[in-house]
Design a protein around this ligand. Structure first.
Ligand code: SF4
Length: 330
């Protein structure tokens, strides 16, 4: 597929899909391994999915944008980060034999229509790597489906051009892997400040934004780091949902899974810092997914797993004090 997200430098080129801005020599690929310079033109992924699923929006995780609605979620291959615990490494770091399935944007939209789904989400591997293909799917989806909504689950390293190519999307979940620059670089091989810049860009463009941190014991779970991250998020808005989820051993990392007490500790620390919507995830018997009214403190949305819920909100308004919670509820 032809890309517009690059700039020629003679026969070489610079890819502009993500904030790595790889300089790609003729015949070579960028850092993600999926975008190639073929005779001075950037060849990019298109026409296939590695994964396709009907997921509840809560699974992204997104809690404050059309809760309890189903999505049609898709992914391709490759990633621009190096996380050693990648939970989707089979597609983010694919070998030659990773299976993919031919697909078209029309077929994607038709599948959604058949199942009465109005939300499309690019997820599973980093969408910036297949920025143009995701944009094509979003375009057709929006054209064919009345009231369509578009979402992205990302590590936050997409470029501004990519975000704009996506519409921008209606909602996004951005990973905040660590709030310590050195730890962030160690985990991802990428710069924290660029991820923060993406979060701020999304907010400035009116994209509904939620944040996720996968908590790993003795790596990014210190109280000091949780407090710094909470302080930063609060400086943007105390009502940005922050999902603190438990790591499970995967890919190159085999230290034990994060336990529920560690997640609870981090969630309660962030709430004490003044954040109104901090959620725990990936823990058994999870009761950390409930939403409380920021004004009167009463429970207004109860969640158990992805599918069980009890919504007391009236079009986003607290039934006890009428406070309008931030989010898109209808
Ligand atoms: S999307 Fe891939 S090729 Fe393009 S800048 Fe990012 S890592 Fe490099």
């Amino acid at each position: 597929m032809k890309s517009f997200l690059y700039e020629n430098k003679g026969e070489d080129l610079i890819c502009k899909a993500c904030r790595r801005f790889c300089f790609i020599k003729k015949g070579k690929s960028g850092f993600c391994g999926q975008r190639k310079n073929i005779n001075g033109k950037l060849s990019v992924p298109k026409g296939f999915v590695s994964s396709l699923a009907f997921d509840p929006i809560e699974k992204k995780p997104i809690y404050h944008f059309m809760p309890s609605r189903p999505t049609l979620s898709f992914g391709a291959l490759g990633c621009n980060f190096t996380c050693p615990y990648c939970q989707n490494h089979s597609i983010s770091k694919p070998g030659d034999s990773c299976p993919v399935y031919p697909f078209t944007a029309e077929k994607f939209a038709d599948t959604a229509v058949k199942e009465n789904i109005k939300i499309a989400v690019a997820t599973y591997n980093e969408p910036a790597v297949f920025a143009e293909w995701a944009a094509e799917i979003f375009y057709v989806f929006r054209k064919k489906i009345k009231g369509a909504k578009i979402g992205v689950v990302s590590n936050g390293y997409f470029s501004e051009d990519t975000l704009k190519l996506w519409g921008p999307p209606d909602f996004i979940n951005i990973d905040l892997k660590s709030f310590d620059e050195d730890i962030h670089r160690k985990i991802t091989g990428a710069e924290l400040k660029e991820v923060l810049s993406s979060i701020e860009l999304c907010l400035s463009l009116g994209v509904w934004t939620e944040i996720t941190t996968l908590l790993v014991k003795n790596l990014n779970d210190s109280s000091a780091e949780i407090r710094k991250a909470a302080d930063y998020i609060k400086s943007l808005s105390s009502e940005i949902p922050w999902h603190i989820t438990a790591y499970r051993p995967a890919y190159l990392m085999n230290i034990p899974a994060t336990d529920k007490q560690d997640i609870e500790k981090a969630v309660f620390t962030a709430r004490e810092m003044g954040l109104k919507h901090v959620y725990g995830g990936n823990v058994v018997g999870d009761s950390l997914g409930d939403t409380f009214c920021p004004s009167c403190g009463k429970k207004v949305y109860l969640r158990r797993g992805y599918l069980e819920y009890s919504n007391l909100l009236d079009k986003g308004k607290c039934p006890f004090c009428s406070y309008l919670l931030k989010g898109v509820w209808e």
